[in-house]
Design a protein around this ligand. Structure first.
Ligand code: FES
Ligand SMILES: [Fe+2]
Length: 418
C-alpha cells in the first residue's frame, strides 16, 4: 500500500515531475522504422508533450514540437523536404535540431540574418536501432543508446508491434516483475476461456534479484525443478520501463499520465537448415486491443496483460491495494524508483546509464534459451520448446498480426501455414 502522494510520484510523468525527470534520462523506443515506409510524418505524444516524428528526404529523422514556432499550426499537416519539415501554413522550414532554417516571406521582404533568431523549437535526438526509432528527451550530453545483445543476434526474423494502452505506464511496468500472474492470467484464464477446467502448474517459489540493468525474477513451478532456466536464469525486469523474456522485449513508454505506448520487439531464430538468413527490414505492425464490437481482446498474451492493466484504473489507486509475498518484486522496483528519483533530484546519474561506447555496443542480459538463439537448432527440434513450437502455428503474443507479416515469417522459417 502506498500513500496518495507516493502514488503520484510514481505515476506523474509530465515536465518538471520527479518521475518525468528520471525517465527522461534514458533512451526510449517510440516507433518502428517500418512506419515511415509510406508516410514520413507521425504525430506522437510522449511524456505529456505533443510532438511530430518525421523522416526527411535525406533519410534524417527529427522529433520536434508539434506546433509550429511561427503561429502554432500543426506540423503533422506539413511536409518533409531534403533537410527538414515544412509547415503548411506559411512555409517555415524546421530541421531536426529544432532550428528554423527558412521563413519564405521574410526571406524576400525582410532578409535579415537575425529574423530566424529565437524562432527555434523543442527538438530531441532520434536514433535508429533494431528496426525501431529511439528518442532521448533528457538533459545533454545524452548517454549511449544501449545495444542489447539480442539486437546483434543474426539469422533471425524480428518484428516490432505497437499499441496504445489507455492507462498509466507504471502499472504496465509493475507487470514486468510479477511472475505469479503467468499462472493465472495467461495459463488458467486462457483455459477457462476455452471451457477447460485444467489448472496450470502452480508456482512453488519466486525470487527477485537486482542487477545493473534491472531485476531478475526466478520461479519454480510444479513439475519443473531448480535446474530449469526459469529458476537458474530467470526473466528480466529491464530498467526502467522494459521487460525481457529471452525471445522478446516489451517497453511501456509514457504518452502522458493516462496513456502508455506499448512497443515490443520479437525475435525468432530461423532453423539451422534455413541459414544463412538475412532479414531485409524489420516490419512494424499496430496491434488492436479491442475487437470490432468494441470488446477487449482477451485471446493473446499481451492482450490479456492489457486487460489487467486497464482494469486497474486509469491510474491504479495504490492506497487501496494489499500486497503479499507474490508482490515482493513490485515492492523492490517501487523502492528503486523512489531512490533513483531522489538521486536525479540531487544531481546524480541514475541506475543503468551507460556512458562507455564500447560497453554500449553489446549489452548482455540474462537470457533463457540463449544457446538456441545464438547457435540455432533444426526445425524438428522446435517442437521441444513451447515458445518456439507455438510460433510455428500462431503469433500468440498479440492479436491481429497482418497476414503478409505471417507469410514473411513462414518463408523465413521455411514452413507453410498449418
Ligand atoms: S504557423 Fe507555421 S509557418 Fe506560420
Ligand atoms: Fe503477462
Amino acid at each position: 500500500m502506498l500513500t496518495e502522494a507516493k502514488n503520484q510520484l510514481l505515476t506523474r510523468v509530465g515536465p518538471r515531475t520527479k518521475m518525468g525527470d528520471l525517465l527522461r534520462r534514458y533512451w526510449h523506443p517510440i516507433a518502428g522504422v517500418g512506419e515511415f515506409d509510406n508516410n514520413p510524418i507521425k504525430p506522437i505524444r510522449l511524456f505529456g508533450e505533443d510532438l511530430v516524428l518525421y523522416k526527411d528526404l535525406s533519410g534524417c529523422y527529427g522529433l520536434i514540437a508539434r506546433q509550429c514556432p511561427h503561429r502554432r499550426a500543426d506540423l503533422a499537416h506539413g511536409w518533409v523536404e531534403g533537410n527538414g519539415i515544412r509547415c503548411n501554413y506559411h512555409g517555415w522550414l524546421m530541421n531536426e535540431k529544432g532550428a528554423c532554417i527558412e521563413q519564405p516571406y521574410e526571406d524576400i521582404a525582410n532578409p535579415s540574418p537575425h529574423s530566424k533568431d529565437r524562432c527555434g523549437t523543442d527538438a530531441y535526438p532520434v536514433r535508429e536501432l533494431a528496426g525501431m526509432l529511439w528518442a532521448y528527451m533528457g538533459p545533454h550530453p545524452a548517454p549511449e543508446l544501449p545495444v542489447w545483445e539480442p539486437f546483434n543476434w543474426r539469422n533471425g526474423f524480428a518484428e516490432v508491434v505497437i499499441c496504445e494502452v489507455p492507462c498509466n505506464w507504471f502499472q504496465c511496468q509493475e507487470n514486468s516483475c510479477d511472475p505469479v500472474h503467468f499462472e493465472w492470467m495467461h495459463d488458467n484464464w486462457s483455459n477457462v476461456q476455452k471451457g477447460s477446467s485444467v489448472r496450470a502448474a502452480k508456482h512453488l517459489k519466486v525470487e527477485f534479484e537486482e542487477f545493473d540493468y534491472g531485476f531478475v525474477y526466478k520461479r519454480v513451478r510444479e513439475g519443473a525443478g531448480e535446474t530449469d532456466e526459469t529458476w537458474t536464469v530467470g526473466r528480466v525486469t529491464l530498467w526502467p520501463n522494459g521487460f525481457f523474456l529471452g525471445d522478446h522485449f516489451e517497453w511501456r513508454v509514457p504518452i502522458d499520465d493516462d496513456n502508455t505506448l506499448s512497443i515490443s520487439w520479437f525475435f525468432t531464430r530461423v532453423p539451422t537448415e534455413s541459414e544463412p538468413y538475412v532479414q531485409d527490414k524489420i516490419p512494424t505492425w499496430h496491434a488492436p486491443i479491442k475487437d470490432e464490437q468494441g470488446r477487449w481482446i482477451t485471446s493473446h498474451v499481451m492482450n490479456q496483460d492489457i486487460v489487467a492493466w486497464v482494469g486497474q484504473g486509469v491510474i491504479a489507486d495504490r492506497s487501496k491495494e494489499n500486497l503479499r509475498s507474490s508482490d515482493r518484486g513490485i515492492v523492490l522496483i517501487r523502492q528503486r524508483f523512489f531512490d533513483e528519483m531522489d538521486r536525479v533530484e540531487k544531481g546524480h546519474e541514475p541506475k543503468g546509464i551507460i556512458r562507455d561506447p564500447a560497453l554500449a555496443k553489446n549489452v548482455e542480459l540474462p537470457t533463457i534459451m540463449k544457446k538456441i538463439f545464438v547457435e540455432g537448432i533444426p526445425l524438428k527440434d522446435f517442437e521441444k520448446y513451447p515458445v518456439l513450437k507455438a510460433r510455428l502455428t500462431d503469433f500468440r503474443w498479440h492479436a491481429g498480426q497482418p497476414k503478409e507479416i505471417r507469410r514473411a515469417f513462414e518463408q523465413a522459417i521455411g514452413i507453410t501455414a498449418r
